[in-house]
Ligand binder design. Structure first.
Ligand code: SN0
Length: 322
């Protein structure tokens, strides 16, 4: 593996999940793999789980880690070509990424979409330029349109919780939930992309539910069962994944019609005692009822814990191909 950006970078999902769970059982089995190798984690936006779990995963593999908070500590980056830099940007990504490549064997980068120009966000211009100019393997720590480490974690968590069940395949549901801020589509896009691939590989059945107007881009949802009836989606669900996102069609907007979509204990009654997932951070009693978050069906902490094994299996595969 050289780049970790989407589900397309992984062939057989069951294999990578099993490899991650083996790392969870023996975290230090590959401690010499990363000896004298440096990982650089570059953040253009805030992070808690991604930063700490990836740093820990790298340490488990014996790597050195450098963290750079570009948004706070770095120079303001220019990404456009052919512009005279007489404004607020100080350094071009061409030099900045190349310099980071000099210091690091592997790099990770996080950058959110601006949610203004859909074509610009969905071109993944910043991520692609970073890959091109740093010249080293790059892991997405969440880009404009995807959050692959989160989605791999989610598949690991679903697999782990479904082990030993009589029924072969769980019913997994992604539901839209309310929020006060326009949020990226990265997490739901990515979750849908990985779950559609998992469904195609016979691992689970996948349903998406959202109010009208919150359709995700079709490239991520091919094969999914999609409904605007949340209760119908929740019927017999084994896993319910809660996430807000802003509209893709009316790009970056919050639309009318999402009121009453917050999952609570009452709404979950029709499910098959579903485990409830969220990537975090979660707005209590806005996106998800606190009684559910604090109740026995919430697996959000186990899910966040599993971020380490997703990051570690990706780093392991990259180091093994160096
Ligand atoms: C991000 C998102 O993509 O939805 C990161 C998720 C891992 N979430 C937020 O920005 C939440 C911001 C808020 O104010 O609740």
């Amino acid at each position: 593996m050289n780049t970790f950006f989407s589900a397309h970078n992984v062939d057989k999902l069951k294999e990578i999940v099993d490899e991650a769970l083996a790392l969870k059982a023996a975290p230090y089995a590959y401690q010499s793999l990363g000896k004298n190798k440096t990982l650089g984690l570059i953040f253009l936006n805030p992070s808690l789980r991604t930063r700490m779990s990836t740093q820990k995963a790298a340490a488990n593999l014996g790597m050195n880690v450098m963290v750079m908070n570009m948004d706070k500590d770095g120079w303001a980056l220019e990404t456009r070509d052919g512009v005279v830099m007489d404004g607020t940007t100080v350094e071009h990504i061409r030099e900045a990424a190349a310099v980071m490549g000099e210091y690091c064997n592997v790099l990770g980068i996080r950058s959110f979409p601006k949610l203004k120009d859909r074509a610009e966000d969905y071109s993944e211009d910043l991520f692609n330029k970073f890959v091109k100019f740093c010249g080293k393997p790059v892991i997405s720590l969440e880009s404009a349109t995807r959050h692959p480490l989160q989605s791999l974690t989610d598949l690991i968590t679903i697999t782990e919780l479904w082990q030993g069940k009589e029924r072969q395949k769980p019913k997994v549901v992604l539901t839209w939930a309310p929020h006060v801020k326009p949020l990226p589509q990265a997490v739901p896009n990515s979750f849908a992309e990985w779950m559609c691939k998992a469904q195609a590989q016979g691992l689970l059945d996948f349903t998406i539910t959202h109010p009208e107007g919150y359709e995700l881009a079709e490239e991520f949802t091919q094969g999914a069962n999609i409904t605007v009836n949340q209760q119908e989606a929740f019927q017999d669900a084994d896993f319910i994944y809660v996430k807000n996102w802003s509209s893709y069609n009316e790009y970056g907007q919050i639309l009318i019609g999402g009121e009453g979509w917050m999952p609570d204990e009452e709404k979950l009654k029709v499910s098959n005692n579903a485990k409830v997932m969220h990537c975090l951070p979660v707005r209590r009693d806005l996106e998800l009822a606190s009684a559910v978050l604090d109740g026995p069906n919430s697996v959000v902490i186990q899910e966040a814990g599993n971020r380490v094994w997703a990051a570690q299996v990706v780093l392991k595969r990259i180091l093994e191909t160096q």
